[in-house]
Ligand binder design. Structure first.
Ligand SMILES: [Zn+2]
Ligand SMILES: [Zn+2]
Length: 132
């Protein structure tokens, strides 16, 4: 009596996680930087931040698409290259990212200038672009 066991192989696919570059503006230095985000469960994880000029950000199309979901960051995330902050404020008007530098209850968006009270982010969307 022989048992015929068929081996099932699992193929490991070494695939890079889906990644995007979002742009963030630093309220302290008034400069912009790119934030690399990897797709995670229910949202996006920031993995790396790097200084970038407004011109090259536009050329790369980093302001083109929308990221949906919650934002987090990995343990390795280095934070804003200018002020070191790791937390963002998403503007309700233009959906862009700002460093979370708070003075009082109100926040002013460095991109469009709108001012408002900070509320919890609902994952509605962040403007960004593809990492290609
Ligand atoms: Zn900053
Ligand atoms: Zn704005």
């Amino acid at each position: 009596m022989s048992e015929n066991v068929r081996e099932t192989g699992f193929v490991k696919i070494n695939r890079e996680p889906e990644a995007r570059i979002a742009l963030c503006k630093c309220g302290e230095s008034k400069k912009i930087y790119g934030v690399r985000m990897e797709k995670a469960q229910g949202g996006w994880n920031c993995t790396w931040a790097f200084p970038i000029s407004a011109d090259s950000a536009k050329r790369e199309g980093y302001d083109a698409t929308i990221l949906k979901g919650n934002l987090g960051h990995t343990a390795e995330y280095n934070g804003c290259p200018y002020c070191g902050v790791k937390v963002f404020v998403v503007c309700d008007s233009c959906k862009k990212l700002n460093c979370q530098i708070i003075s009082g209850d109100y926040f002013t968006c460095e991109w469009c200038g709108s001012t408002g009270r900070l509320t919890d982010y609902d994952g509605a969307g962040v403007q960004s672009g593809g990492d290609r």
